[in-house]
Design a protein around this ligand. Structure first.
Ligand code: GLT
Ligand code: MN
Length: 357
C-alpha cells in the first residue's frame, strides 16, 4: 500500500520509523568519481558489494535510476538487494543523461520530448510498484531548464510540467489503483546541469502541485535536498519547514555543502557545516518526520577504493552526533527565547549545547 484513506483523504502510506533508525542511499552514491575537471579515482563496484557496503554503513534501503537498474534486470537486481539485507525505498527514471532531454523534459516545448519523459517515468513507476515494491518515486528535475535567456516560454514551461505530472498520475491511479500508486515526489534544484532549472525550490514545487487538478494533488510531495537548497541561497531547514507546513515532506536527501555552493558538492551530511546539520536534525524532530531519511552524498574526490561508502557512513555518524546535540537542547528554553525574540540568547544557548558546556 502506498496510499491510505484517512478521514476521507488520501495520505501516503510510507513505512515509519523512529528518526535516526532508517536510512537510504543511492546506487550512484558509490563509484569511480571523475568529471570534466577531475580524474576517476576508484573502481566501479558491483551491486552486491555496494549493498554490503551500505548495509555495513547502517542503511536499510537503496535507491535506483532506471539507467542503473534497467527494467529488464530489475528482478535479478532486487534479489541481490534482498540477499544483502536491504530493500528498495525509491526509484526514479533518468531524465537528464539521455540525449533527447538535453534541453528539458516535462517542460519541453517539443511534444515528442515530453512523451518520451512520460514513457520512461511510467515504465519505471511500474517497475517500482510491481518488482521493487518501492515506497516512493522521485522526479529530480534534472535537465528541465534553460541555458540561455529566451531558452523557453516561461509560463508554458511550468504549465507543461504540471500537465505531464497530471497525465502520469492519472495513468498510475487508473492502472494500479490509488492504494498501490507510488507517492510522486518532486526534487527541486535551482541550476545544474542547466543554468536555470525548474521547479527550483520547495516553493516552486508547491506552486506546480497547486496547478494540478485537486483530485491529483494528494498524490504529490516534495523531496528537498540540502545542497540544492543551499545552491539557491535557501536555508535548508526553512525549506523543510515550508514543505512540512503543506504536509508535503515525505522524503529528504541530506548531504553537506558550503553555504552558497556554485555546484552540487554532495559532501557527507555534517561535513563543512555541522551547525547546519544540527539545525536540520532538530527541525526534522520538531516536524515529527518519521519516514526513512535519504543520503545523497558522493565520495570525496580522493577517497580510495576501500572508502567508497565512507561519505554515507560518516553521514550516519554525523546524524547520530547531531541527535546527541539535539538531546541537549531543551525545547522549552528555546521556545521561551523565541517567544521573547531573544536571538542573542538563542545563539549563545545553541553553542553551549553544541560544545556541551
Ligand atoms: C543526481 C542528483 C540527485 C538526485 C538523483 C536522483 S540523481 O545525483 O544530483 O540530487 O537526487 O535523480
Ligand atoms: Mn538528490
Amino acid at each position: 500500500m502506498a496510499f491510505k484513506k484517512v478521514n476521507g483523504k488520501w495520505v501516503p502510506d510510507i513505512p515509519e520509523f523512529e528518526l535516526g533508525i532508517a536510512f537510504s542511499a543511492g546506487d550512484w552514491n558509490q563509484g569511480p568519481g571523475g568529471g570534466r575537471f577531475t580524474p576517476a579515482m576508484r573502481h566501479e563496484l558491483d551491486l552486491a558489494r555496494k549493498v554490503a557496503n551500505l548495509s555495513m554503513a547502517g542503511c536499510k534501503f537503496i535507491e535506483f535510476h532506471d539507467t542503473e537498474a534497467l527494467p529488464d534486470d530489475a528482478p535479478k537486481l532486487l534479489k541481490i538487494v534482498e540477499d544483502g539485507g536491504l530493500k528498495v525505498h525509491m526509484c526514479t527514471a533518468n531524465l537528464f543523461k539521455r540525449p533527447e532531454f538535453v534541453n528539458g523534459n516535462f517542460g519541453s516545448p517539443d511534444p515528442k520530448v515530453r512523451q518520451a519523459a512520460i514513457n520512461y517515468t511510467k515504465e519505471y513507476l511500474q517497475v517500482g510498484i510491481e518488482i521493487f515494491k518501492a515506497n516512493l518515486y522521485v522526479y529530480w528535475t534534472g535537465s528541465n531548464g534553460i541555458n540561455v535567456p529566451f531558452g523557453v516560454d516561461y509560463r508554458g514551461a511550468y504549465e507543461r510540467t504540471a500537465e505531464c505530472l497530471a497525465m502520469i498520475m492519472d495513468w498510475q491511479i487508473n492502472t494500479f489503483g490509488a492504494e498501490r500508486a507510488l507517492p510522486f515526489l518532486v526534487e527541486p534544484k535551482p541550476n545544474e546541469p542547466p543554468a536555470w532549472s525548474y521547479p527550483g525550490d520547495v516553493g516552486e514545487v508547491l506552486a506546480v502541485i497547486s496547478m494540478l487538478p485537486p483530485r491529483l494533488q494528494p498524490f504529490f510531495g516534495a523531496n528537498p535536498e540540502t545542497c540544492h537548497s543551499q545552491m539557491g541561497g535557501k536555508r535548508f531547514a526553512m525549506e523543510l519547514g515550508l514543505a512540512a507546513a503543506k504536509k508535503k515532506l515525505w522524503y529528504v536527501h541530506l548531504n553537506g555543502g558550503s553555504e552558497n555552493p556554485k555546484f552540487d558538492e554532495d559532501r557527507a551530511f555534517g561535513d563543512i557545516n555541522f551547525t547546519t546539520a544540527v539545525e536540520i536534525v532538530w527541525t526534522l524532530r520538531e516536524i515529527g518526520f518519521r519516514y526513512p531519511v535519504g543520503l545523497d552524498v558522493q565520495p570525496l574526490p580522493g577517497d580510495r577504493n576501500d572508502q567508497q561508502v565512507e561519505s554515507v557512513a560518516r553521514s550516519l555518524r554525523n546524524f547520530d552526533r547531531a541527535m546527541t546535540v539535539c538531546d541537549r537542547i531543551d525545547p522549552k528554553i528555546l521556545a521561551e527565547y523565541q517567544l521573547d525574540g531573544d536571538q542573542a540568547s538563542i545563539s549563545d544557548y545553541f553553542v553551549s549545547c553544541l560544545v556541551n558546556e
